[in-house]
Design a protein around this ligand. Structure first.
Ligand code: HEM
Length: 398
């Protein structure tokens, strides 16, 4: 782990007001302070049980059979499919359920919140978090050098499936699909932990020895949930305290299902913001891999008729993420579009939310753009042709 990450963990304790009280520093911050790698430091925690199982499946060539068996396993209430090796079935039986602390009332409110705010959410996850992932060096290099990096259209569709299943009204209900999708993703991550260390390219681009630790997953969570929540506040999108709390709870359950230990999961938005400022913001940086991924992702988005120019799309990404990130990704400037977005977007939100009596100029342009991004998301999530999440058996082809 880099010294930066260690420092980040230490200052996270301080940020949460924990370090000043003797004995109140969380165990994982103490281990980081001592410079030791223990199971209480999120950058040294992976997902041991499933990692062992999936590594054995990869080594014995059983993954293709597991992938075919899992094809029919979709809804949360589906029984585990026949044909899974007994140890994998026993493991899935154990984890394919909500944690005991999950609050179904909050999850239902979160689902309703997702429905009410869906257009902003699609926009923020897609053009914000999606592009931000390309300037998170460990994530960008992992994605680029894994099998999925060679086919970003397919990978984006699979990732959309995750977002769609999480945001759906019945996400956590028996008729929903998110619990299963999260478990499939957990298996994919376990395979990546076994496969990527064998890639000389990934090793050359990365300081970590094993990818996707609990710490890495928390970083990605902050680029998704924490970032989106902060933007909604910045954009003055009306939300009740209960909505905000429910949205956090949904993410807490989601990252638990992805294998993050409960003691590492932020308990409040204040903790999440503090953690994000310590572990996400300082590590954002361009990499050759990330720049290429961003180019591909924006190229794929621009293929759809968004009703706006490519310059507008680039400027929207800059508006959502920052000019610094836009410069890192070498997004060409379109100052006229930038000016339009700066004034038109806040007015669009205010009018949509009933806070502005008169329809602002440019309303229809923004509305068409928002709808096109939402359709892109929904089509990829629901299309019967969208590729189901499957466990990879190799890295990016040479
Ligand atoms: C695969 C979501 C964290 C790297 C996936 C997939 C999903 C997903 C849905 C399956 C789609 C596919 O197979 O392409 C998430 C979420 C995360 C998270 C919601 C955290 C909240 C991370 C982190 C890394 C990472 C931290 C690396 C540092 C990968 C890689 C794949 C993958 C390399 C496999 C790509 C392939 O070869 O197909 N992730 N992920 N993920 N994820 Fe994550």
């Amino acid at each position: 782990m880099s010294s930066l990450s260690r420092r980040s963990i230490l200052s996270l304790g301080a940020a949460l007001g924990l370090a000043s009280v003797a004995g109140a520093v969380p165990a994982w911050a103490r281990s980081a302070a001592a410079g030791t790698s223990t199971a209480t430091d999120p950058w040294w925690v992976w997902d041991d049980a499933v990692d062992r199982l999936v590594a054995a499946l990869l080594d014995s060539g059983q993954v293709p059979a597991v992938n075919s068996a899992m094809r029919s396993w979709v809804n949360n209430s589906d029984p585990l499919p026949d044909g899974l090796p007994a140890d994998l079935a026993a493991y899935l039986q154990q984890v394919n359920q909500l944690p005991s602390w999950a609050d179904r009332t909050k999850l239902r409110l979160a689902a309703d919140f997702n429905r009410r705010k869906d257009t902003y959410l699609f926009m923020l996850y897609g053009l914000g978090s999606g592009i931000m992932s390309t300037v998170i060096p460990r994530e960008a290099t992992a994605v680029y050098w894994s099998a999925g990096g060679a086919n970003m259209k397919d990978r984006a569709a699979k990732t959309f499936t995750f977002g769609y299943d999480l945001s759906e009204v019945s996400a956590f209900e028996p008729t929903g699909q998110f619990v299963v999708t999260a478990n499939k993703t957990r298996l994919v991550h376990a395979a990546v932990r076994h496969l990527l260390p064998r890639s000389p390219h990934w090793r050359a681009a990365n300081e970590e020895q094993i990818p996707i630790s609990n710490g890495d997953i928390l970083v990605t969570f902050h680029s998704l949930g924490t970032f989106v929540h902060r933007k909604l506040l910045e954009w003055h999108v009306p939300m009740s305290a209960a909505d905000e709390d429910a949205f956090l709870h949904m993410w807490q359950v989601a990252i638990h299902l992805l294998g993050v230990r409960d003691e590492f999961i932020p308990r409040t938005w204040a903790e999440a913001d503090a953690q994000s400022a310590q572990v996400l913001t300082p590590i954002l940086n361009p990499t050759p891999e990330g720049k290429e991924l961003a180019k591909e992702l924006l190229g794929l988005t621009a293929q759809v008729d968004l009703g706006v120019t490519r310059g507008f799309l680039n400027e929207f990404v800059r508006y959502v993420l920052s000019n610094e990130i836009g410069d890192w990704l070498e997004l060409p400037r379109d100052y006229a579009a930038a000016a339009l977005i700066r004034t038109g977007w806040p007015a669009y939100i205010a009018f949509r939310e009933g806070l502005l009596p008169v329809m602002p100029a440019g309303f229809y342009l923004f509305d068409q753009f928002v709808r096109a991004i939402a359709m892109l998301f929904l089509n990829n999530g629901t299309s019967p042709t969208s590729t189901p999440i499957t466990i990879p058996t190799a890295n990016r082809p040479e």
